[in-house]
Design a protein around this ligand. Sequence first.
Ligand code: HSE
Length: 344
Amino acid sequence: MRTYRLAIIGFGNVGQGLAQILGERGDVLREQYDVDVRITAVSDLKLGSLYNPAGFAPRALLEAARKEKSLQRVDAPQHGWDSIRTIRSTDSNVVIELSPTDLQTGEPAISHIRAALESGKHAITTNKGSVALRYQEMSELAALHGVELGVEGTVMSGTPALRLGTELLSGAGVVKLQGIINGTTNYILTQMQDGKPYADALADAQAMGYAEADPAGDVEGYDAAGKLVILANVLMHAPIGMADVDREGITHLQKTDIREAEEAGDVWKLIATLEKNAAGVVAHVRPERIPRTHPLASVRGATNAITFTTRLLGDVTLIGPGAGRLETGYAILCDLLAIDRHRA
Ligand code: HSE
């Protein structure tokens, strides 16, 4: 049995989603994959931090987070370590970095991930800012220390878009991709299509936890641009940055635009496109009016989709959840099991 001792940095929706999955599926992981996954440390700015080398029952952590809004009263030999000390000084062998995304600085996630890799620990993150800004550098650091960096949850949550591209389609030669990679804007556009005003649709997306802390990141296209940068770097080995993405959001779309499109049998979608050509890589995010027959036209609500255009297979389309607590928690498990396969 191989044992993974997790230090979780940031215990919000995604961290709690992961704890729920481990609580419910820990037995299956032991029986089916011969892996024992334990949460041995948690550090969260609001809930506090704690460490127990023997591991915590996921349910105890979840109950404390939900009922007491604090982890201070969960029994543990060690409380109160900050994130960096939790990363460096616990006996964890995998650091799960889940701090809030900052697409401008990538911090504090970049410092957390560096500390983990330099300590010889695998790092798994769902933090889009750090990966959009520093993927190349962090993956080189991981290689230098003989550990892995998992980033599956940064694009399409647990729907394995990155792994499909890097592991399963790489031999087919991905030359282009086109997708709906922001759930909030797709939800808003779908609701507007059904007659709801923009502001109400945005408020719903916020209430359902799809939107970023500052929803301007979604509706102005920054979140989709960040994910496109990640896809370019991880999948196409193209070292582009945020400034290389031509970006336009959905805020100028009016009810009349949506209605006119509807009457003509079209729909508006926020489409992210990445294309490799002789000159390099072209990347843009913009609202596009597409016919109902287009493969992305029927993708509704917070669902995401990517069509990969490959040399050998033609188009391959992946559709699935793009956000959510369990959905993103699952992305971490997906990375952890991949690390285990590589090590086994
Ligand atoms: N705000 C993001 C979205 C969350 O709406 O897609 C998932 O990355």
